[in-house]
Design a protein around this ligand. Structure first.
Ligand code: C2O
Ligand code: CU
Length: 474
């Protein structure tokens, strides 16, 4: 993919400066509304965005949001989240990466009816796993996600993890039109759907243009990166500082892995990193997006003094692994089901025909139905699941990317391991990116009854056919 600075609207072009505003992103502490039963009650409102964070003048058009910036829950603490829909359209909320009961998974048309405008839905679950997750609309996702209907979700460990600072960086791109408003006219454009999905021309971090985060020399930072873009794979360059990958998709690595060079985040992927700021650091350190030209500054770590106490000139110790989450055992276990997932279609893919709604259609007929990507020759949500298994079974899916495009495969409700050589043992995913022509096997223990989606998270691909599901019987 050719990607250079000129594809992006620059801050100066917007008549805005990056702004001297310092963002203090200290962990948000919420007033717990704890009932006697020990259940924490929260309310989330889905509503049109009211403040204009990129339009120089006037009201923002067509942007939607949750009524808070970050949702923080605690591992093992039951919650009851009342979601109120104040949008003009129906919606639903999916808790991406959370291993929760199927009726709470938030997939409209599969696990629940959409929440009508003016209506409410109560989600009840207990986060089993600590880590970095996110919530987003799962109704007409290609549109609602592009409009901004997502929220980072942090599940705090039962015992606080020792770091000096915990930063959440939500990376997104937005497509603005010539009036520099959100481009609604191109929502659902077939060209995007058949190619790499809807990519934008404005990059934000936490819905801000190039925010600055205050840090101190000598601090150890937990940096949580999350890609909420509809379709853009982001190659993120960190400042040249000692850093380690601590967790992927919420799940701790068994051994933190030292890291240098750009980190690739496909849509929906997350990484938790440990970053040590040298005691003598000064000025601002940029977190950048790599392009084929000069890199673009996404956010800045602004050095604001030093931490108290003695930090020697030497480096800190390597970080300890995060406490393990209660994941099922996979290693050296007999596989109960093997299934192949053959991905075809898209532009330059030579898809001749595929099954849609039980009928074999030609490419032209598929395109008339806005479908162009297939799993095993079937486009869109099939009536029958890809696989039906019993709760507790170990499943292996061999995925083949027989298209000219990369894809970001996401399985609901489970974490899996992949056999790609580039992954370590002890590395878990809920989303995995596959290059064109790549083949990989994933394994997971289907331990929760219900209907679980498997789809491409380059979300236009899902809309245009790349979606199936797995039924887990009790
Ligand atoms: Cu992040 Cu099917 O979702
Ligand atoms: Cu895809």
């Amino acid at each position: 993919m050719k990607l250079s600075r000129r594809h992006f609207i620059q801050l100066s072009g917007l008549g805005l400066m990056a702004g001297p505003t310092l963002v203090t992103a200290s962990p948000q502490t919420e007033t717990p509304h704890q009932s006697e039963s020990g259940v924490r009650r929260l309310r989330l409102v889905l509503k049109p965005e009211s403040h204009h964070w990129f339009a120089p003048l006037g009201e923002p058009v067509g942007l939607w949001a949750f009524d808070r910036d970050v949702l923080r829950l605690r591992q093992g603490e039951p919650v009851e989240i009342e979601v109120e829909n104040q949008l003009p359209d129906p919606s639903s909320v999916h808790w991406h990466g959370m291993r929760i009961d199927n009726p709470m998974d938030g997939v409209s048309g599969l696990t629940q009816e959409p929440i009508a405008p003016g209506e409410r839905f109560i989600y009840r679950f207990t986060p089993q796993d600590a880590g970095t997750y996110w919530a987003h609309s799962h109704h007409k996702t290609y549109e609602q996600l592009a409009r901004g209907l997502y929220l980072p979700l942090i599940v705090d460990e039962q015992e606080p993890v020792e770091v000096d600072r915990d930063l959440v960086l939500t990376l997104d791109d937005w497509r603005l039109n010539e009036a520099r408003q959100f481009d609604t006219a191109s929502l659902g454009a077939m060209h995007d759907w058949a190619h790499g999905g809807r990519t934008g021309n404005l990059l934000t971090v936490n819905r801000q243009l190039q925010p600055r985060f205050k840090v101190k020399g000598g601090e150890r930072i937990r940096l949580r990166l999350l890609n909420t873009a509809n379709a853009r794979i982001m190659a993120v360059r960190l400042p040249d500082l000692p850093s380690w990958i601590w967790a992927k998709d919420g799940q701790p690595l068994t051994t933190p892995r030292g890291h240098s060079g750009p980190l690739l985040l496909a849509p929906a992927e997350r990484y938790d990193l440990v970053v040590d700021i040298p005691a003598q650091a000064q000025g601002a350190l940029a977190i950048q997006l790599q392009t084929d030209g000069a890199p673009i500054d996404l956010a800045l770590l602004q050095i604001d003094g030093q931490i108290d106490g003695q930090i020697g000139q030497g480096e800190r110790d390597e970080p300890q692994p995060l406490p393990a989450n209660p994941l099922p055992q996979l290693a050296d276990q007999p596989v109960d089901h093997r299934v192949q997932l053959d991905m075809t279609g898209g532009a330059m893919g030579g898809l001749r025909q595929a099954v849609y709604g039980g009928q074999t259609l030609s490419t032209r007929e598929l395109v008339q139905n806005k479908q162009i990507w297939a799993f095993n020759g079937v486009v869109n949500m099939p009536e029958q699941p890809l696989l039906e298994v019993r709760s507790g079974d170990l499943v292996e899916v061999e995925m083949l990317n027989n298209t000219r495009w990369p894809h970001s495969l996401h399985l609901h409700g489970h974490h899996f391991q992949s056999d790609l050589a580039r992954y370590n043992q002890g590395l878990w995913h809920d989303t995995v990116v596959m290059a064109s022509g790549e083949r990989t096997k994933i394994r997971f223990r289907a331990d929760k009854p219900g209907s679980w989606l498997l789809h491409c998270h380059m979300i236009e691909h899902q809309a245009a056919g790349m979606v199936s599901w797995i039924r887990v019987r009790a």
